[in-house]
Design a protein around this ligand. Structure first.
Ligand SMILES: C[S@@+](CC[C@H](N)C(=O)[O-])C[C@H]1O[C@@H](n2cnc3c(N)ncnc32)[C@H](O)[C@@H]1O
Length: 245
């Protein structure tokens, strides 16, 4: 399922412009959940082509390492690094099987946990994330919203449509979403309930789990108006989750 990102190539290049990926919404919520990274070490998992990895460095993190299962995504991230060196190190690996890379103040992951293919895969991911954190460190993720409702507004006007989303999704159920970029494409992932996320993260050793619904920044309200964002905020496709080690 994860090798799908190797095939997407060009199609991914313009998905960052979708409203759903906006700095006013996704970026704002993710960085609010994360807090300051100035002088801190950060491991960015499922880093893709390094969109957030580079921002973490720009926000003053002292050491940033990116990991992604897709060779294609890491090739693209390394190309950025060659063109504008920031001192970021990138590795290709499934988070569940990641060899030790040291311990970090923070581990981040924007869109990772819903790519776990089984409860066992999810647990191995969470254990490995825990193992890469210093005591007292935090894992901050932004991922598919376990509370997304088939009855609520779909996110089509924001750039993503959940396809045939079930009324009562089961753990591990296959979910597909269409991304409305210039060349639309479909992504596939698995549904994990809030309870399964929480049980698995606690079993991996995390405590104090805090969910955060997306918020729109004041700049986003000025740009597009509160009404524009409201349907999305009523039924967001993704949420932030902060977990303390
Ligand atoms: C939606 S993209 C997000 C990329 C990046 N975080 C961003 O926000 O631009 C999801 C990424 O997760 C990666 N991925 C999926 N399963 C993974 C796994 N088991 N281990 C590491 N990366 C994984 C994919 O290759 C893809 O690059």
């Amino acid at each position: 399922m994860s090798a799908q990102y190797d095939q997407l190539g060009e199609k991914l290049t313009n998905w960052d412009v979708l409203p759903v990926r906006s700095e006013y919404l996704e970026g704002h919520t993710f960085f609010k959940a994360l807090g300051s990274v100035k002088g801190r070490t950060v491991l960015d998992l499922a880093c893709g082509d390094g969109l957030y990895t580079r921002q973490l460095k720009a926000r003053g993190a002292s050491r940033v390492v990116g990991v992604d299962i897709s060779e294609e995504m890491i090739r693209s991230a390394r190309r950025h690094e060659e063109e504008q060196p920031l001192g970021i190190e990138y590795h290709v690996s499934d988070v569940a099987d990641m060899a030790p890379l040291g311990t970090f103040d923070c581990v981040t992951a924007v869109y990772l946990l819903h790519y776990a293919q089984s409860p066992e895969h999810l647990l191995r991911m969470c254990r490995n994330i825990h193992a890469h954190l210093k005591p007292g460190g935090s894992f901050v993720t932004y991922a598919f919203n376990p509370g997304f409702s088939a009855r609520g507004p779909n996110s089509t006007r924001y750039g993503i449509t959940m396809l045939d989303f079930p009324e009562s999704p089961r753990d591990g159920q296959a979910i597909s979403a269409e991304l409305h970029t210039k060349s639309p494409f479909t992504i596939h992932f698995s549904y994990w309930s809030q309870g399964t996320h929480e049980r698995t993260l606690r079993e991996a050793g995390f405590h104090t789990l805090t969910w955060m619904r997306p918020e729109c920044s004041p700049e986003g309200v000025v740009r597009a108006g509160r009404e524009f964002w409201q349907d999305y905020l009523d039924n967001p496709h993704a949420v932030a989750l902060r977990c303390e080690r």
